[in-house]
Design a protein around this ligand. Structure first.
Ligand code: FEO
Length: 160
């Protein structure tokens, strides 16, 4: 049995890791739940689990987009496009008319895990960093006012 065959037959399961966090609690919690739903995909209940998963994906995308839009995220449009492309890809996969099989469930799980990790660790993380930067800016104390030099300093630097 070749290494490729072994890899194909092994269940493709990826657990949520702390390293997937982007630093926005609600988004992290939703991502975590997405991993749980992907993990739960199995041939016996595939119709139900796929429906539940896609329903939650829509909820998550919508929440994340609202947060991006309301915070003025400059790359919002590009991010929205990525979410739409994901939707189109999944629709193609589900609409190809094939019957469900272990292999097909495995293929879906593999695609979802890879897409989620790639998307979260690149694009969602970029948003997380930007969001943290915005929070830090808002929390920073106001810049000190410039005080006109007085006394010795006035004589030294300014008032002649
Ligand atoms: Fe968490 Fe952009 O999806």
């Amino acid at each position: 049995m070749s290494a490729e065959t072994v890899e194909k037959k092994a269940p493709y399961v990826i657990e949520w890791r702390e390293g997937f966090k982007i630093g926005i609690a609600q988004v992290d919690q939703e991502h975590r739940h997405l991993f749980t739903l992907v993990r739960a995909l199995n041939l016996q209940s595939v119709q139900h689990t796929v429906e539940e998963l896609l329903d939650y994906v829509v909820t998550h995308f919508s929440n994340e987009q609202d947060l991006m839009e309301s915070s003025g995220y400059p790359a919002f449009d590009q991010h929205l496009k990525l979410h739409e492309e994901f939707g189109a890809h999944v629709a193609d996969f589900l609409g190809n008319g094939e019957d469900w099989s272990e292999e097909r469930v495995q293929e879906l799980r593999r695609f979802l895990n890879k897409w989620l990790i790639g998307h979260i660790m690149t694009h969602d993380l970029r948003f997380g960093k930007w969001h943290a930067g915005q929070k830090a800016l808002k929390a920073a104390p106001p810049a000190p006012r410039t005080v006109a030099p007085q006394g010795f300093f006035a004589r030294l630097f300014g008032k002649h």
